[in-house]
Structures are given as structure tokens and as C-alpha cells.
Write a protein that binds this ligand. Structure first.
Ligand code: UDP
Ligand code: MG
Length: 313
């Protein structure tokens, strides 16, 4: 494909959940960067916002037909919004970025120039030394370490959902029938010619983070269980080890009962082992349940999102 600047049709997809204070500025800054290409489209995915985001998007679309939007019927989450963007984008390459200006639109030309060099996936790596809270840094670091240890793919620490993908990659993603796709992992797993560009996140322009601790945990659990069955194996190994120990202890208990007369004391050890084994069983059941739940959701074949209104055909 011809990747010369004057021929490029660029798509930019921007998930937005209650971002009324940001979208106008984001649209403006992206537009300034995108105008140098032959054609561009900015697709906002309104993820069930309850503020004025929807009205602002309608207004933006009226004033500039290159700005499009998709509105979900409720909040389906950032990953579903990204997927919807990829499904609807029709550019030669597609850039995804946040609606809060933490991902600097000024980097768009740099990402595109990497694509022009021949890379199909350009991932950005967040430079956490500034502007990122201690909490975010440490939870994110634990997640990436765990993810890389447990799964067969390698995720760069700080890999963000700010990236460029070629149209062919978007096609593969659109054809995937996997429910609740963990995009970051899927893209790492895909292969293709990938490269990485570091960036320094800016401060969020307006509003608060929409990623609550709960949402972050869900993303982490989804990421790990969709790329690895090792937790199930850990459950099995733990189960085996504990029952072996229990067996040895049982032999010891029988010995004490038969050969000595110290059988009654031992209340503490009984209590501790019951609590411990009970807790462990719950944990393992939880792990099994998580995988079972994934299978259930997949077999139901529910859509990842429901669109209520859109400006695109
Ligand atoms: N977002 C979304 N749905 C959600 C949560 C977040 O579409 O349920 C969007 C949000 O509007 C923003 C991007 O995803 O454009 C990243 O969210 P945020 O900036 O709150 O996360 P953080 O940068 O704090 O990790
Ligand atoms: Mg943000």
C-alpha cells in the first residue's frame, strides 16, 4: 500500500465517558494534526455518558463532518468502546487515544511516520517518571509483571491504549469473535511488525479518572484469564500439595491416637487448618468460576456493546 502522507486516510478513535469538559479541546487538537493528511475522520465513542458529552458530539459533528460519533446505550467500558471504534473506522491506519488529552495529539505525526517506515502496529509506552500517581504506577507495575509471568505473551510495562494500527490489523481484530477481548494482549499476541514509541502523559485536562479501582481490577482479571490457564494449574498444584500435607498429618494424628495418650489437645491446629483449607477452597473455586464464567459469556455470543445512536452509516 502507498503510505505517502498526501495519500493517507487517517482514522482517530476516541472513547469518551463523561468527558464534556474535554472533547471540544481534544477534537480541536486532533483536527490540527490530522488536517495535513489527504483525509481524516475522528470517531468519538460515547460510552454511555450521563453528562453533556452526547450533545457536544452532535454539535461537533454538525460543524465538522469529519468528526463522527457512536453512542452506546449504556456504559460498556473502555475496551468495548475501543473495539467499536476499530469496527467502524475506515482509514488506512487507525490511532486510538484517550479523550482527556493525556495522550498528546501532537504525537500523531510521529506515530504515522513510524507506520510509513513500514510498521503495522505502533504502541506507545507511558513514561511514568512524571505526571502519574504513585498508586497508578505501582498497581500497573504489579499487573504487567503478573501478566507476563502467567501468560505466553509479553506486554511492555506501561503499554497504553494509545497506539496506531494498520487497517489490516483492524480487520483481523474485527473478525475476532472473542467476547470481552483484551485488546492490549490480543495485539501483542498478533505479531506483525510492531514498534514502540515512548511518551510522557500529560495531566488530565478536566474531570476525574473514569477508571475506578474496580474497573482496573476487572481489566487485570480479564487480561490474565483471557491469555493464560496457568492460574488453573496453580490451583491444581496447590490442591495437590495441601492434600498431601493433610494425608501426612492424618497419619501422624492416627499415630498419636493409637500410641500416646495426648489425643485431646490440638484445638488450635484443627481450627487453623480448617480456616486455611476453607479459604484455599474458596480461592480455587473462584478461579475455576472465573474461567467457567468466561466460557458462559462466550457461548451466549452477546455483543460487546449496543449502539443507540451514531453519525456514521
Ligand atoms: N473510558 C470509557 N469508558 C469507561 C472508562 C473510561 O470510554 O468506562 C474512557 C475515558 O473517557 C478516557 C479513556 O477511556 O477517554 C481512559 O480513561 P481515563 O482517562 O479515565 O483513565 P486513566 O487515564 O485514568 O487510566
Ligand atoms: Mg486518562
Amino acid at each position: 500500500m502507498d503510505r505517502r502522507t498526501e495519500n493517507i486516510f487517517l482514522s482517530i478513535i476516541v472513547p469518551a465517558f463523561n468527558e464534556e469538559g474535554n472533547i471540544e479541546a481534544v477534537a480541536e487538537q486532533i483536527k490540527q494534526q490530522a488536517e495535513q493528511f489527504r483525509k481524516y475522520e475522528i470517531i468519538f465513542i460515547n460510552d454511555g455518558s450521563t453528562d453533556a458529552t452526547a450533545e457536544k458530539l452532535r454539535m461537533l459533528h454538525r460543524s465538522n463532518p469529519n468528526i463522527q460519533f457512536i453512542s452506546f446505550s449504556r456504559n460498556f467500558g473502555h475496551q468495548s468502546a475501543l473495539l467499536a471504534g476499530i469496527h467502524h473506522a475506515s482509514g488506512d491506519c487507525i490511532i486510538s487515544m484517550d479523550a482527556d488529552l493525556q495522550h498528546p495529539p501532537a504525537m500523531i505525526p510521529q506515530l504515522v511516520s513510524k507506520w510509513q517506515e513500514g510498521f503495522d502496529i505502533v504502541t506507545t509506552i507511558r513514561d511514568d517518571s512524571q505526571n502519574t500517581s504513585w498508586f497508578k504506577r505501582s498497581t500497573s507495575s504489579v499487573f504487567y509483571k503478573l501478566m507476563n509471568r502467567l501468560s505466553n505473551i509479553t506486554l511492555e510495562e506501561g503499554a497504553a491504549d494509545f497506539r496506531l494500527i494498520d487497517r489490516s490489523v483492524a480487520q483481523v481484530i474485527s473478525n475476532s469473535r472473542e467476547y470481552n477481548l483484551f485488546l492490549r494482549g490480543y495485539i501483542a499476541w498478533l505479531g506483525y511488525k510492531q514498534c514502540m514509541v515512548p511518551y510522557i502523559p500529560h495531566q488530565r485536562q478536566s474531570g476525574k479518572t473514569k477508571y475506578s479501582f474496580g474497573k482496573m481490577m476487572m481489566l487485570a482479571i480479564n487480561g490474565i484469564t483471557s491469555f493464560s490457564v496457568k492460574p488453573l494449574r496453580v490451583a491444581m498444584i496447590l490442591g495437590t500439595a495441601i492434600s498431601l500435607l493433610a494425608f501426612i498429618y492424618a497419619i501422624y494424628a492416627i499415630y498419636v491416637y493409637l500410641e500416646t495418650n495426648e489425643a485431646v489437645p490440638g484445638w488450635t491446629s484443627v481450627l487453623v487448618s480448617i480456616l486455611f483449607i476453607g479459604g484455599l477452597q474458596l480461592l480455587i473455586l473462584g478461579i475455576i468460576g472465573e474461567y467457567l464464567g468466561r466460557t458462559l459469556m462466550q457461548t451466549k455470543q452477546r455483543p460487546d456493546y449496543v449502539i443507540m445512536e451514531k453519525s456514521l452509516q
